[in-house]
Design a protein around this ligand. Structure first.
Ligand code: MG
Length: 291
């Protein structure tokens, strides 16, 4: 894929009215802000262009993540501008299983995303004659125990909908390579012979959620100043992963812009076969090229 010239980038961004921003590799890298990215989000605010930060990080509530981003960047970060895989999964169960009992294996902080929904403990779910409406598997750490997964399996085998935050097999923590919840999801899929609905990236669920929130935000502006109904094609996804960010967003109809501040080097970007709407050095270059 070609590195986009600044004129090309400007043309590729024409008509963009909202953004979906990946966190790791776009705003932050190895826990520190990427130079120019905090200022770029301030510029989007100044111009009244809404955005959502979309991340598969799912062991914390959005307010905890906002506090973390805020501390790292010195900015005030609104939790409602963040969509984690946990929040996307909570929005999914709220939309599809409103008022019905759920089994959610998630970290306690992330579990707060289900406030107002009927979440049972594994023991409560196991004691019922009927299965819960849906089982959600997330980053529950030690709560992804054999006993809990066995209960989850039984609920799923008896007809609960299988929902997962993501299918990431492993990630890096201070311990080094660390098993991620996606490997457990794959194990349950194997045992059940059916696939989970994935809510985080690269699933369409999380991108549709982002577009819906951005559409509602613009529609809610006074006196119609938010403009006509937002279309997916009016939204630009900025990410550092050609497949999980760019290809996945483009499948749902968003535009996809690759930045070189994360996973891929300029040489790898040039070799990638994934189609993009543009390639930029960083988020700052994209925001500066907005018409
Ligand atoms: Mg990333």
């Amino acid at each position: 894929m070609e590195r986009t010239g600044s004129g090309d980038l400007e043309a590729a961004l024409a008509g963009v009215r909202a953004f979906v921003l990946d966190a790791d590799g776009v705003l932050m890298y190895r826990g520190a802000p990427i130079p120019g990215s905090p200022e770029a989000t301030v510029e989007l605010h100044r111009r009244g262009i809404p955005y959502r930060v979309v991340t598969n990080f799912s062991s914390a509530h959005r307010s905890s993540l906002a506090a973390f981003f805020g501390k790292a960047t010195g900015l005030t970060v609104d939790p409602n501008e963040i969509i984690t895989a946990a929040w996307a999964a909570a929005a999914y169960t709220a939309a599809h299983h409103s008022g019905a009992p759920l089994l959610v294996l998630a970290a306690p902080d992330a579990l707060r995303e289900w406030a107002g929904q009927e979440v049972l403990t594994p023991a409560e779910a196991d004691a019922r004659p009927e299965p819960v409406a849906a089982v959600v598997i997330g980053d529950a750490g030690d709560d992804l125990s054999f006993a809990n997964l066995d209960i989850a399996f039984r609920q799923l085998r008896n007809g609960a909908e299988f929902v997962a935050m993501h299918r990431n097999p492993w990630w890096m923590t201070p311990k080094g390579f660390t098993l991620d919840a996606g490997s457990v999801v794959a194990g349950l899929e194997f045992a059940l012979g059916r696939r989970a609905v994935i809510c985080g990236k690269p699933s369409p669920v999380v991108f549709r959620q982002a577009v819906a929130e951005l559409r509602a935000e613009l529609a809610g502006r006074p006196d119609g100043s938010g403009g006509p109904r937002l279309r997916a094609a009016d939204v630009a996804m900025v990410g550092d992963d050609p497949r999980a960010d760019i290809a996945a967003a483009r499948r749902v109809g968003l535009r996809g812009f690759l930045v070189l501040t994360g996973k891929v080097t300029p040489a790898e970007a040039a070799r990638s076969v994934v189609r993009t709407d543009g390639v930029a050095r960083d988020l700052a270059e994209i925001v500066a090229a907005l018409p």
